[in-house]
Design a protein around this ligand. Sequence first.
Ligand code: 5GP
Length: 195
Amino acid sequence: MSATPRLFVISGPAGVGKGTLVARVRELRPDLDETVSATTRSPRPGEVEGVSYHYLSDEEFARRVAAGDFLEHAEVHGHSYGTLRSEVESRIARGRSVILEIDYQGAFQVRKAFPAAVLVFIEPPSFEELERRLRGRGTEDEEHIELRLKNARHEIEIGEQYDVRIVNDEVERAARELLDVMAQYETDGGSGTCQ
Ligand code: 5GP
């Protein structure tokens, strides 16, 4: 159980390795349970409904936006993504810190709703390395890779507005740095809790 539960928002360009990094942090901090976002994109091979994402149709996503079910939502790479309020509020109420892995548009919406949220930006060691990782993933066609690279340049600039920046040069090292940052915010209480 955390001293002061915090909402940590993790963003970074596609291919930077956020997913692997956050998975490693969760292994080392089992008290941080998963939140599952909603999206209108199709599942990739190996992804599972209700585990990777809640996969919604465009109509269902729009209906839930109108119902006020989302803490934040944004269009990313041509699809809608959003964090369901229910996923976050139940965990904070149980005194748990929460990690959200979301894009920068969503991150700034969360900062508005919860000014004490801690925004952490994951950077690649270099742009060339990011391109190499993104192509190496092999899950995207060329058109989508180009779009993600274009977005990545823009996102890296936006990262300057985050509270903390961590270079994902090596996942184990970066995971330790992220855990240290989280522990600091949870122990000193900073500018207040997330509620
Ligand atoms: P992917 O399609 O590769 O799973 O995710 C693409 C992007 O969507 C990533 O940058 C990820 O951070 C972002 N994303 C995933 N879930 C959410 C969410 O709930 N809200 C927002 N705003 N972005 C999300």
